[in-house]
Design a protein around this ligand. Structure first.
Ligand SMILES: Cc1cc2nc3c(=O)[nH]c(=O)nc-3n(C[C@H](O)[C@H](O)[C@H](O)COP(=O)(O)O)c2cc1C
Length: 165
């Protein structure tokens, strides 16, 4: 019964994804999930239940051939996340969350160790308009100004400096 409820709960996301795919094509649709990760106190702590919930979701989405699965998880190399990755197929993107800022080394390790195909970057990308160049060169990064990250205006989103020279 409880398992059936969790499978039913996945239906909303699956049907929304189906509708979007029908409009714009599966190659332009991805999904972001955060299993067993504390997001503003929404935190799945029961491993078996988490597996059932996300297993049902991914099984429903797998038939759609989505472009990517993006996961927020402090330990994306763990069994649950890697099993979900295999179940969905396609490009797999990770981000380890707010507790530690994404670093170049973390990104390189994730790809080199086949933990993910790509890494999603938040704050360093906001603070460095040329982050790709900086990571290619191993150059220093601008520090993010946390006070301006969520607004209130265009400041910092438009005036972080590029590398000189
Ligand atoms: C300004 C800002 C807005 C964000 N908005 C979203 C969002 O809408 N949906 C989401 O899943 N994550 C969102 N995130 C979280 C990021 O995807 C990412 O998990 C987080 O920034 C940690 O990665 P980082 O260390 O590279 O910044 C946001 C982060 C920032 C800084």
């Amino acid at each position: 019964m409880a398992t059936q409820r969790r499978i039913d709960r996945a239906r909303f996301v699956i049907e929304v994804a189906q509708a979007i795919v029908a409009e714009i094509g599966a190659d332009r649709v991805g999904i972001r999930i955060s299993p067993a990760h504390n997001i503003q106190d929404v935190w799945e702590k029961d491993d078996a239940e988490t597996r059932t919930s996300y297993g049902a979701l991914i099984a429903g989405l797998a038939q759609l051939g989505l472009a990517y699965l993006r996961v927020l998880q402090a330990d994306p190399a763990g069994d649950l996340i890697q099993d979900l990755r295999r179940a969905l197929g396609g490009t797999f993107i990770v981000n380890s969350g707010f507790s530690k800022m994404t670093t170049r080394d973390e990104a390189i390790t994730a790809v080199d160790e086949s933990i993910a195909d790509l890494i999603a970057v938040g704050r360093p990308a906001i603070a460095n308009p040329d982050l790709v160049t900086r990571w290619e060169q191993g150059a220093e990064e601008n520090e993010v100004d946390h006070a301006s990250v969520y607004g209130p205006d265009e400041r910092e989103y438009t005036d972080y400096p590029f590398l000189q020279g």
